[in-house]
Design a protein around this ligand. Sequence first.
Ligand code: B1M
Length: 210
Amino acid sequence: MVELAEISRCVQSGKAKDVEALVSLAIEEQYSPKEILEDGLLSGMRSIGERFKKNEVFVPEVLIASRAMHMGFAILKPIIRSSDVQYKGVVVIGTVKGDLHNIGKNLVAMMMEGAGLKVVDLGTDVSHEKFVEEAIIHKADILACSALLTTTMMQMKTVIQAVTAAGLREKLKIMVGGAPVTENFCRSVGADVYTPDAATAAEQALALCS
Ligand code: B1M
């Protein structure tokens, strides 16, 4: 009999092959996709997120754990019925126009996924038009912008202006982050939430959606 806690432990230690095997076995043993997701895969990512925040693990461990989670998720995905797993919210995320840094943004996206949110990752060099377009298409609850350059961080203001012009500002929360971004900057451009790291970003995103 598979223990879902074992899947969680294998995610945390990045044992992707074991995660795949255990998820397949758990499906055979009639665990529901929701149980496997919540108590296995996402539980593992949540733990790694907490340890990352306490500096007990670092970027490489998080990336390896996330890869293991995704491999398990790929097996689960075809059998997840839309009625079975309810996402807690929808986040559209990207690195702003002119900026190609994606390591931090990817971490934020993974942690948010690990927290049970649906994440639509637009990649890097994302224009304000694209942010708005995708927020509408995916009925996003949160727009999350990352920037690593002092020369691109002002793009966040442009994104927020475009969101306001599209009449979405009331219902769309805007989160910002990245090395040069600060709480003061967040307030000055009219964003809702600044967080300094990926784990806190996931926590805050979840709080905004509940
Ligand atoms: Co570039 N780069 N880079 N770079 N790069 C920095 C950012 C820089 C500080 C290096 C330096 O000069 N000391 C500097 C910026 C200076 C400034 O603006 N003041 C810089 C520069 C100048 C440049 C170029 C202009 C260099 C050149 O070509 N002359 C160029 C720009 C290209 C472009 O974007 N148009 C450039 C290019 C590159 C590479 C392509 C080589 C590569 C990026 C590869 C990639 O991302 N795929 C790169 C890298 C790797 C770096 C450094 C070394 C590392 C960045 C990183 O990934 N950190 C960086 C120096 C440094 O930081 N030591 C540097 C790890 C990552 C986990 O941290 O992204 O901060 P970070 O994410 C954190 C938090 O910030 C937060 O969570 C993450 C972790 O928990 N976070 C969020 C991030 N986004 C968030 C969003 C949120 C919430 C939290 O909510 C939405």
